[in-house]
Design a protein around this ligand. Sequence first.
Ligand SMILES: [Mg+2]
Ligand SMILES: [Zn+2]
Length: 190
Amino acid sequence: MNRAIFLDRDGTINEDVGYFCTPDKLKFIPGAIEAIKMLQNDFLIFIVTNQSGIGMNTFTEKEFLQFNDFFEALLKHEGIIVTKVYYCPHTKKEGCICHKPKPYFLRQAEREHGIDLKNSYVIGDHPHDIEMAHEVGAGSVYLLTGHGTKHKHELALLPQPDFISNNIYEAATWIMKIRKTEKQEVGKNG
Ligand SMILES: [Mg+2]
Ligand SMILES: [Zn+2]
């Protein structure tokens, strides 16, 4: 069984500048690359993103996929392998099966990549990322980057994240510290 990190994209890895799918609007959040590199030492990396811009005709699915290829290539150049990018192309009101907080893509990763969801984490800047993690018993980190600060009050009505973090780098450091402790425990117990 593999452990995984399910990263939101906008507001988590890159600045959330509204619906976009062109390279000129891509700006990585400081420390994001280093954070993902740290995490991939112990976890498979996935991206789970709602891309309602497709459903709203702000951009086409083809344009999204072209941008995504560019995005993944940039990460690969930095030494980061994203196992899979899962995206929901629908708007919330379409009532699809895959829009976060629905855990559809987490279940898909579980089947397709043998993911141990209970020992995996979701990292995101929206309460729906935390809700999705909770649905499958995964750990979660809520970020104050992107829309995080704006939506933080909504967390009061939801299951709590395991950690509230200033940014993805701090989140990765926190998760890796837990992993280190877990490994030491395993070592002690033989
Ligand atoms: Mg986001
Ligand atoms: Zn969907």
